[in-house]
Design a protein around this ligand. Structure first.
Ligand code: NAD
Length: 351
């Protein structure tokens, strides 16, 4: 297994393997690019089949963070960490203390945060060993109350701002009253997004593989529950993927009727060619890493100590960035993903 010749290497600046015999830690930290600032990205814990699978995941994810932070106008670079292990059975205080030591050893070039398989509790353990941890502190939440390091409310609000701009662009509509939205996955982000949409007057269709999550959206927001397969072909204005990646593929394109795709999930397109198909079909696609940047923006403000008003203004800016992407894509006849990628590369390539 090589790194420099790896298909996902893409000019990574730093790739480090960490091991601690006592706790059993096996982890990789990848730093893609730090031209705009220290690399910030989550620490994922996953039972990878082998080291190669872990390396591939960390390289792809860390590169994605460079693009996401650049498009979110943050003074941050892109990085990511993976711990090879089962998050249900393999967690211990010693493991995350060792991970904290590993993060600390990079001297602040990489700042870690919660991701799949890790949460606020693990960030708090790591924070015993390093200050280069985000999302370990409680503070005021968007919309009032205390937040506990969970960035999902900010992510949901950013997606809501993005949907408003997409609706203006594609449907020439200024308000969301009566807008029909299908949401795939009503977990942390999807449910909060559904609440924002409901408050703005939208009609909702939802699906979730966890029955209780779907019921909550039906009971609390009056959403209509549909099956996991029916969600794609509904006659709605917006399809909002908020569950998992890779779901927009050829089969989905055949049944999709929504003229807008705008949701929180990472890596929504099964492959790059899907973006061209969407353009041909006149479906406006909000590039995932642009519209779902609310989480990283929230984490940045938690670390930098910005006010809730500053955070909200920055989240509103997701809409402005998407508008720029949509307009350029239309003027230049390019896909929204190609335009977003080009803007991001231009930003992070400047030292
Ligand atoms: P979550 O786990 O809280 O919610 C995901 C929901 O999707 C769950 O309710 C789950 O049961 C459901 N689900 C999973 N597979 C499904 C399927 N096949 N069909 C229908 N529903 C399914 O996660 P989340 O934090 O809400 O994140 C949602 C997505 O947004 C993820 O792709 C995540 O990577 C992305 N994202 C999240 C954040 C954040 O701040 N939490 C930030 C950026 C991107």
């Amino acid at each position: 297994m090589s790194v420099f010749t790896h298909v996902d290497f893409d000019q990574h600046q730093h790739v480090v393997y960490g091991h601690d015999k006592a706790s059993g830690l096996k982890a990789i930290i990848a730093i893609h690019n730090t031209n705009l600032g220290p690399a910030l990205g989550g620490c994922r814990m996953w039972p990878y089949a082998d080291e190669e699978a872990a390396l591939r995941d960390v390289l792809r994810l860390s590169r994605g963070m460079t693009y996401k932070s650049a498009m979110a106008n943050l003074p941050l670079g892109g990085g990511k960490a993976v711990i090879i292990g089962d998050p249900h059975t393999g967690k211990s205080t010693a493991l995350f203390q060792a991970m904290g030591d590993f993060v600390e050893s990079l001297g602040g070039r990489y700042i870690t945060a919660a991701d799949s398989g890790t949460g606020v509790a693990e960030m708090q353990i790591m924070a015993e060993r390093t200050r280069h941890v985000a999302g370990a502190n409680a503070r005021e939440a968007i919309g009032g109350g205390q937040r506990s390091g969970d960035p999902s409310p900010a992510t949901a609000y950013g997606v809501f701002c993005g949907i408003k701009v997409a609706v203006q662009q594609r449907l020439q509509r200024e308000d969301l009253r009566g807008l029909k939205v299908a949401i795939q996955g009503v977990g942390q982000v999807g449910f909060t997004l559904a609440r924002h949409l409901k408050e703005a007057g939208a009609e909702l269709w939802v699906t979730d593989i966890v029955e209780a999550n779907m019921r909550r959206a039906v009971n609390e927001l009056g959403a209509i529950a549909v099956s996991a397969t029916d969600i794609y072909g509904l006659d709605v204005d917006v399809f909002a993927p908020c569950a998992m990646g890779g779901i927009i593929n050829r089969q989905v394109l055949e049944v999709l009727r929504a003229p807008i795709i705008a949701g929180a999930a990472n890596n929504q397109l099964a492959d790059a060619s899907v973006a061209e198909e969407l353009q041909l079909n006149n479906v406006l696609y909000a590039p995932d890493y642009v519209i779902n940047a609310g989480g990283i923006i929230d984490i940045y403000y938690e670390r930098s100590g910005g006010t809730t008003e500053q955070l909200k203004a920055h989240l509103d800016g997701i809409g402005d960035t998407l508008k720029q992407v949509f307009v350029q894509a239309q003027q230049q006849g390019r896909t929204t993903t190609a335009v977003a990628d080009a803007i991001a590369v231009q930003r992070f390539s400047v030292r």
